[in-house]
Design a binder for this molecule. Structure first.
Ligand code: 5AD
Ligand code: SF4
Length: 474
C-alpha cells in the first residue's frame, strides 16, 4: 500500500512538470536499495520495470548509484556477441563494488541468464543470482536463498507467464511515453536468432490488463504507449468464456479508443504476419502512429530462405507497396544483417536494392554474429570473413544514411503534429518531440505556453540526417 501511494506521488509531481525521478526520490522508507541496468531490446527495458515492481513490494527502493545498492541487477541481451561482451565487462566492475560493500548481491537477468544458466555463477563466480525472463516472480525467494549463501538460480521458461497482473514501476521515464508489453516469447525460428531459446514460446497477455495499464498511464499524464512484443502481429487472446477473440488489429483499436490524445505505437512486426486489417486500423485512427518497423534482414530470396524468414524478396516488396497504398504518409524502418552464411556479392546487392526500393527512414544495421545453439550455428558455416562483413555493412550504412537524409530533407516545408517529450538535448530553450512517423522534431519554445505531453503543430524549416528542425505554427 505504502509503495502504491508513493508511486502516485511520483506521478503527481510529474504532472506538475517536475523532471520525473524513479522511486528513489524517497529511499528512506525502503529497507533496502536496488540498482538495475538494462541492455538490449525495449522488451528488456519493460521487463526491468516489472522487476522494479516485484522488488518494491519486497521493500526495495531504486537507486541510481550502484555503489550504495544492496542488490545490483543487470538485465541482459544475447542477440549478438558484442552485447554479451559488454555485459561481462560490466559484471567484473560490479564484482569489484561487491568486494567494497559487504552483503551486496549481484544478479543477472534476461536473455544472457537464460542462455548461460549457471555458468556465470559457478564457473566464473561473477554473480549471486541468475534469473531467466520468465522467473522474475521468484526473485524475492531467490534473494533470500542468496542471502543465506545458497545459489539463487531460476531459468525455467514458461508457456503462460505474461506478468499481466503486475503493474510496472516506470524507471527513468519522461512521463510522456511508455512501453507496454503485450506478449512474450517467439515462435518464429529465424535461423540466426537466439530469442526463441532465451525467451521461449510465444504467449499473449490478457487484453483487459493491457487496456487497464494503458488507461492508467493516460490518467497519469502519459500521452504515448508503445505496444511491445517480439512479433506483435501474431498477438491473439481469447477470454476465459471463449466468447471474445482479440487479434492485434482489435487490440490496436481498443487502445486507440482510450483517448484521441493517447498515441499508440507498436514494435516489432514480422512482414509475414502484418495484415491488411492492421493496416486499415492504423489508417482509420489518427492517434495510431504512421510508423511500421518491418525488419527485412536481407534482400536476397536465397538468404531469406536460409534465414527461415518465410517470405521472398518480391513478397516483402509487395508488402511495402501495400503499406504505401493504404497509408502514403507511413514511415517504414528496418533491421538488416550483412554477411549471413554463404552471402555472395550478388545477395548483398539485392539487400542494397531492397533498401533503396523500400526507402526506409531509418534502419538498425548489423553484421552477422553466430549465436551458439541457433539453427544457423548448427546447420551452416559462418563463412564470410569479418572484413567482408564489415565492408558490406558499411555500404548498407552509407546507403541508409543517404536515404534518411533524403527523407528528412523532403519534410522541409511540411507541418507535423508533434508530441512534446521534453527539452531538446542541446538547449533548454528548445523543445524536442516526435512526429507520428517517429521522427525527432526540435523547435524553439519561444513564447508559446505549452508543456511536455502537449501536441503542437510544427512547420519544418531545416533538417539533418537524424533530426527535423522547425517552428510552432497555430
Ligand atoms: N547477428 C546479427 N544480427 C542479429 N539480429 C538477430 N540475431 C542476429 C545475429 N545473430 C538482428 C536482427 C534482428 C535484430 C533485433 O537483431 O536484425 O531483427
Ligand atoms: Fe536481446 Fe533478443 Fe533478448 Fe531482446 S529478446 S534482450 S534483443 S536477445
Amino acid at each position: 500500500m505504502e509503495t502504491l501511494e508513493l508511486i502516485d506521488k511520483v506521478h503527481d509531481e510529474d504532472r506538475q512538470g517536475e523532471p520525473f525521478a524513479p522511486i528513489a526520490i524517497e529511499p528512506n522508507i525502503y529497507k533496502k536499495k536496488f540498482y538495475i541496468e538494462s541492455y538490449g531490446c525495449a522488451m528488456n527495458f519493460a521487463d526491468s520495470e516489472i522487476v522494479a515492481s516485484i522488488l518494491s513490494n519486497e521493500g526495495f527502493g531504486a537507486t541510481k548509484n550502484f555503489e550504495e545498492a544492496d542488490l545490483v541487477l543487470v538485465n541482459t541481451c544475447s542477440i549478438r556477441e558484442k552485447a554479451e561482451a559488454t555485459v561481462r565487462k560490466r559484471l567484473t566492475e560490479f564484482k569489484k563494488a561487491k568486494q567494497a560493500k559487504r552483503g551486496m548481491l549481484v544478479g543477472i537477468l534476461g536473455c544472457m541468464a537464460e542462455r548461460l544458466k549457471g555458468k556465470l555463477l559457478e564457473e566464473e563466480k561473477l554473480v549471486d543470482l541468475v534469473i531467466g525472463p520468465d522467473a522474475y516472480r521468484t526473485l524475492p525467494a531467490l534473494i533470500q536463498d542468496a542471502e543465506s549463501g545458497q545459489k539463487g538460480v531460476n531459468v525455467l521458461l514458461s508457456r503462460e507467464e505474461t506478468y499481466g497482473d503486475i503493474a510496472p514501476i516506470r524507471l527513468d521515464s519522461n512521463g510522456v511515453n511508455s512501453f507496454v508489453s503485450i506478449m512474450r516469447g517467439c515462435n518464429n525460428m529465424c535461423s540466426f536468432c537466439v530469442v526463441p531459446f532465451t525467451r521461449g514460446r510465444e504467449r499473449s497477455r490478457d487484453a483487459f490488463s493491457i487496456i487497464n495499464e494503458c488507461k492508467d498511464l493516460f490518467d497519469n499524464g502519459y500521452r504515448e504507449v508503445t505496444l511491445l512484443g517480439q512479433n506483435v502481429d501474431s498477438y491473439y487472446w481469447v477470454d476465459e468464456q471463449k466468447d471474445m477473440v482479440v487479434t492485434f488489429a482489435k487490440l490496436l483499436e481498443m487502445v486507440a479508443n482510450i483517448s484521441p490524445l493517447l498515441r499508440v505505437r507498436f514494435s516489432t512486426s514480422h512482414p509475414k504476419d502484418i495484415t491488411d486489417e492492421v493496416l486499415f486500423t492504423m489508417a482509420r485512427y489518427e492517434n495510431i502512429c504512421k510508423y511500421i518497423h518491418l525488419p527485412v534482414q536481407s534482400g536476397s530470396t536465397r538468404m531469406l530462405q536460409l534465414m527461415n524468414r518465410t517470405y521472398t524478396r518480391e513478397w516483402y516488396m509487395a508488402k511495402v507497396d501495400r503499406i504505401r497504398e493504404i497509408m502514403p504518409d507511413c514511415s517504414i524502418t528496418s533491421d538488416i544483417i550483412a554477411g549471413f552464411c554463404t552471402e555472395t556479392e550478388e545477395d548483398h546487392q539485392d539487400t542494397l536494392s531492397i533498401i533503396e526500393y523500400s526507402k526506409y527512414d531509418m534502419s538498425y544495421m548489423f553484421f552477422y554474429s553466430e549465436r551458439p545453439g541457433t539453427l544457423a550455428a548448427r546447420r551452416f558455416t559462418d563463412d564470410i570473413p569479418l572484413e567482408v562483413k564489415k565492408r558490406r555493412l558499411n555500404e548498407i550504412v552509407k546507403l541508409q544514411n543517404r536515404l534518411s537524409q533524403h527523407s528528412n530533407f523532403a519534410d522541409i516545408g511540411k507541418t507535423f503534429k508533434v508530441l512534446i517529450e521534453g527539452n531538446s538535448k542541446k538547449s533548454e530553450n528548445d523543445w524536442a518531440g516526435k512526429s507520428s512517423q517517429n521522427k525527432v522534431v526540435v523547435f524553439p519554445k519561444a513564447s508559446y505556453n505549452v508543456n511536455k505531453g502537449d501536441y503542437v503543430n510544427v512547420k519544418i524549416t531545416s533538417a539533418t540526417g537524424a533530426t527535423l528542425l522547425g517552428e510552432i505554427v497555430e
